[in-house]
Ligand binder design. Sequence first.
Ligand SMILES: Cc1cc2nc3c(=O)[nH]c(=O)nc-3n(C[C@H](O)[C@H](O)[C@H](O)COP(=O)(O)OP(=O)(O)OC[C@H]3O[C@@H](n4cnc5c(N)ncnc54)[C@H](O)[C@@H]3O)c2cc1C
Length: 578
Amino acid sequence: MNDSSPTQPSPFTQSPPELGNQYRDDPLLGGWLSRTLPPAVLRDLEPELDELGATAGGPLYRLQLADRRNEPRLVQWDAWGNRTDLVEVTPLWREAERLTLRHGLVATAYQRELGRWARIAQFAKVYLFHPSSDVYTCPLAMTDGAARSLLESGDRALIDRAVPHLTSRDAATFWTSGQWMTETTGGSDVARSRTTAVRDGGRWRLYGRKWFTSAVTAQMALTLARPEGNPPGGRGLAMFYLELRDQDGRLNGLRVDRLKDKLGTRKVPTAELTLEGARAELVGQPMNGTRAIEPMLAVTRMWNSICAISFMRRGLALARSYAARREAFGKPLADQPLHADTLAALEAETWGAFLMTFLLIELHGRQEAAEIDDGQRALLRLLTPLTKLATGKQAVAVTSEVVEAFGGAGYVEDTGLPQLLRDTQVLPIWEGTTNVLSLDALLRSDLHAGMAALMGRVSACVRGLEEPRLAAAGRQAVGAVERAALWLQSSHERDVLQASARRLALTIARALQLALLCEHAQWLLKRSDDRRGFAAALRFSRLPVDLMHESDPELDRVLLGPVPGEAGRHSPRGGQKS
Ligand SMILES: Cc1cc2nc3c(=O)[nH]c(=O)nc-3n(C[C@H](O)[C@H](O)[C@H](O)COP(=O)(O)OP(=O)(O)OC[C@H]3O[C@@H](n4cnc5c(N)ncnc54)[C@H](O)[C@@H]3O)c2cc1C
C-alpha cells in the first residue's frame, strides 16, 4: 500500500424513509374520527385501526417491497391439454386476502349494529390498508359493489346465493366479484356494448368479448349484455349475474384470452375475456341494465376516492420521513424553505381531498342506514362523481410530486416509489374518466337539487368560523361555488357547457374542500388549539380554487385541426392529388 495516497472516505449511504404506525402517525384521520363518531363506536374501532396501522406501516409494507418483482401469472392449459385459465396471484395478494378477512374490509360495511357508522368504520380500515395492498382493494371494491347491487335488486334467490359469500370473514366461503362492463367499443359509452344474451330455458347464455375485467380471480361477476331482440343503446342492455366456474372448477362457458400488460396495477390480474355461452341469471328487468348497475358504480367510485387519499397520505408519509433524513446544502431537506413549501402544498391537497372523501362516505353510510333526508341524498348523488374525479386528479399530482421530492431515488424501482405513481395513475381512468364523470355530474337532471344541497353544506361550514383568516378563506369558498352555480344557471350553448364541465366540476369540488377544511380547522383550534388544520386551510386557500375561465370550443378546434394548406398531406393517399 502506498502511504502517500489519500485515504478513501467510506462510501456514504442514505438511510431510507421509514413508516411508523400509519394510524398513530395520522392526526387527520384520528381527529376526524373523534369529531364524527360516537365515543363508544370509536373506542371499539380503535384497537383494530391501531393494529392495521402497525401492519400497513410495518410487515405488510416490507413484504410489498420484497414482493416487488412478482406478478400474477395466467396458466391457460394443464399438462393434459385441458383449458384451465387459472391465475396465480402474488404472495402479497394472498396475505392481503387474509387481512381482508381478519379485519372485515368488506364485511364491516354490512354490520347492521354499526348503523350509519358502518361505512366510516370500514373505510377508516381500508384507508390504512390500501397503499400496502398492491391494489388488492380493486377486487374488494367490486365485491362490495356487487353485494350492494344485489341487495338493491331485491332478487331474493341471488341475494341468498351470493351476498353471504361476498360479505364473509371466512376464507372457506369468501368470494370476490368482478364488474364486466368495458368492451372494445368503449368503457365510457357502454351503450355500444355488443355482448348478447340468449334465452336458455329459465336462464340465459352470454356471448361476446369483455375487454377489461380486473381481478379475474373472482368467483362471480355482474355484467351487462343485450337480450336478443332488445333495441340498441343503454336501455336495451340488462344486468346479469354469473359464476365463473362450476363446483368442479370448470370454466362456465368463457375463456381468459390474456392478462393485460399495464403501466401500473401490475399485481391486479386484468384480463380480456371471451364469453362463449356463459350461463347467467338475469338480475331485475331484461332492460335498463345501466341503471341497475349504478349501485355498483356508486360503491366502486367511493372506493376509488378512498384509495386516492390513501395513496396521497402514503406518498407524504414517505416524503416527510425522507425530508427529515436527507441533507442538501448543509441541512435536512425539511429545513429548506422551498422543499417545505412544496410538501406543505401537498399536505393541504391531501387534507382537502380527505375531508371531501369522508363526507361522501358519511353520507353513503346514512343512506344505507335509511337515516338520510332529501337534501343529503341529492348531495350524495352529486358528490359521488365529483369526489372520484377530484381526488383521482389530486392523487396523481401529489404522488408525481412525491417522486420528485426524492430526487433520483424517486425514479428508481426498488424504492417502491415508481410503483406508487403508476398505481395511482389508474384512479382517474377506471370507474369513469375525469371528463366522463364531469359530464355525468353536471348534465344530470337532478343537478339543481344537488347544487342547492352543496351550497347549503358550504354555507354551514362557513357559518361557525370565528378565526378571521379562516372566515376570509370560507368566504372565498362560498364565492367560488356561487359563481359556479350562477354560471350553470345562465344559458350556454351545449358545446360550451360540455367543454367547461371539467373546470366547473373541479371548481365546485375544490370550493367544497376549502369550506370543509375551514370547518375542520375551526374545530381543531377550539378543541385543542391545534393549528395544523388552520395551516392546511390557509395553504389550500392560496392554491387555485376557482378554475373557471371562458371556453371557446370553436377556437380549440382550430388549435387541434390540420395545419392550414397541409390537410392533404395526412390523407391516406399521402396528399397526392390525382
Ligand atoms: C387497469 C384497468 C382495469 C380495468 N378494469 C375494468 C374492469 O374490471 N371492468 C370494466 O368494466 N372496466 C375496467 N376497466 C376499463 C375502464 O373502466 C375504462 O378504460 C374507462 O371507463 C374508459 O373507457 P375506454 O377505455 O373505453 O376509454 P374511452 O371511453 O374510449 O375514452 C377515451 C377518452 O375519451 C374521453 N371521453 C370519452 N367520452 C367523452 C365525452 N363525451 N366528452 C369528453 N371526453 C370524453 C375519456 O375521458 C378518455 O379520456 C379497466 C381499466 C384499466 C386501465
